[in-house]
Design a protein around this ligand. Structure first.
Ligand code: DQA
Length: 155
């Protein structure tokens, strides 16, 4: 049996507090709830998921570096590091993997400092404003990108 493509789903600072953190903005699901939804959707799509969260920029950078060898795509909600981290942008660039950027909230309807994303510079696409559902949309997008890639390789 073929090995399933592996997707690294990364969550940045404060996303471990989902459920209690501003539920009006971020929804009532916990990060564990979101992971369970992702595992279920990944299984249906024939993908393997490695779901992680860190409050530390350097740890996220190290995980992205390692993804180059261990994973086939990255889904990332970098939290506030989205708006500040050139280090994360550099790591995502050197990973040379398809990147899908996710945000629970619609960052463009919020404060101006949330309108700029360093992650977007390397992302295939950005999904924001759909809450936990956005992670599932990102997995659907990954499955399509990997499929399209496989088609190109065959032709
Ligand atoms: C967020 C949006 C960011 O601006 C914020 O700092 C977060 C969460 C989101 O999922 O909506 O931590 O990435």
């Amino acid at each position: 049996m073929a090995i399933e493509p592996s997707v690294l789903i990364l969550n940045g600072p404060n996303l471990n507090m989902l459920g209690v953190r501003e539920p009006g903005i971020y929804g009532s699901e916990t990060l564990d709830d979101i992971e369970a939804l992702c595992q279920e959707r990944a299984e249906a799509l024939g993908l393997a998921v490695d779901f992680r969260q860190s409050n530390h920029e350097g740890e996220l950078v190290s995980w992205v570096q390692q993804a180059r060898a261990d994973h086939d795509a990255i889904v990332i909600n970098a939290g506030a590091y989205t708006h500040t981290s050139i280090a994360l942008l550099d790591a995502l660039t050197l990973a040379e993997l398809p990147v899908i950027e996710v945000h629970l909230s619609n960052i463009f309807r919020r404060e101006p400092f949330r309108h700029h994303s360093y992650v977007s510079a390397v992302a295939e696409g950005v999904i924001c404003g759909f809450g936990a559902q956005g992670y599932l949309m990102a997995l659907d997008a990954v499955a399509q990108l990997i499929d399209a890639d496989a088609m190109t390789d065959r032709n």
